[in-house]
Write a protein that binds this ligand. Sequence first.
Ligand code: PLP
Ligand code: MN
Length: 391
Amino acid sequence: MATYCYAPQVGDPLSALDTPSMLVDLSQMESNIATLMDTLLPSGVLVRPHLKTTKCAALAARLAAVGATGACVAKLSEAEVLCAKGCDDLLITCVIVGAVKVQRLVELVRRHRRVRIVVDDAGAASAIDAALGRAGFLAGKGADGGGGRGGDDDAALLTLVDVDVGLHRTGVQPGAEARKLARHVAGLQYLRLIGVQGYEGHVQHVHGAEARSAMCRASMALLTRTADELRADGHAIDVVTAGGTGTAEVCAAVAGVTEVQPGSFLFMDTDYRNAIGEAKYKSSLTILSTVLSAQGPRTVTIDAGLKSLTTDSGLAETKIKGYMYGVLGDEHGSLTWEEEEEERLRLKVGDRVEMVPSHIDPTINLHDVYYAHRDGVVEEIWTVDARGKVQ
Ligand code: PLP
Ligand code: MN
């Protein structure tokens, strides 16, 4: 098989990179991480960052080194990849449904014991329990419960009840439904109920700090009240987990929330910037692209289209303000600018532009590699380990 000579290295200038390439401004990303940790850790809340954004073991390790407690992944297949790369203590935040996926979960838990799951359905929870039983797991209800070994050897799978706190995506309703499911999980042999998850995704991009904070506190009230009700029913609810980049600080200030799950704060995107501003976290990730063709007055075509930048949350923007981006298909995009700005913004074939994504998570999932640079020199290269892992 032919080998190609293109192999960017640490130490290369950005001019050595082909395009489109995903760039990370290391200093800005480090500043975003430090800001998050400095804001949240003093409150005593645990930070369990969501790796659905980065899908990257190297970045998970970096977060763990500065105070993160475990991490979240959205999907089982992300957990498979990241556990194999050394990540530990992962909470899979999507519910696990279907015989094939349950079997994969059993295999994952067999190899990596420190995995946590969420459930919102009694039948689905029972199916996981039965599969663990068939696979010969020791029951884990404590020293005198269910024949388990108890203590640190406890083999039960740590399980959280997923509660719908207003997003209406997954989760049982707070109150009676949550209590019923908790009772069911507590009665299973191989699952151990440890807490509740209530992700208020509908709040993350609400514009205006006050409105966002009020909505978030309403959601957290539903979640913490549910946790209290479950405790009153005799369950040991140690984990109350919620929050994203737009709300983590508000969640952390709510008594009873033990853990937050922000993901996008490392890199930000224009959607988050428009909602929460850039006072705390600033854009640190761009897609470097090249002007391929001049298409008339103040219009050029670049090599970044739908396969480089997602559009579900609006169109990407240029890092240097003043251009309008448009999609010209899978591989191409257009940049246009006003006549008055011709001198400042003029682009010609071969020029390079940095594009700021509108929605960071699905954009990263389009790329293989991050080129992390400081002052224009590549300092680290990270793979998007869980790219494409949507199962
Ligand atoms: N927790 C859950 C369950 C999520 O689905 C998400 C994002 O969708 C997050 C946390 C992280 O949110 P963000 O990337 O907005 O910080
Ligand atoms: Mn997202």
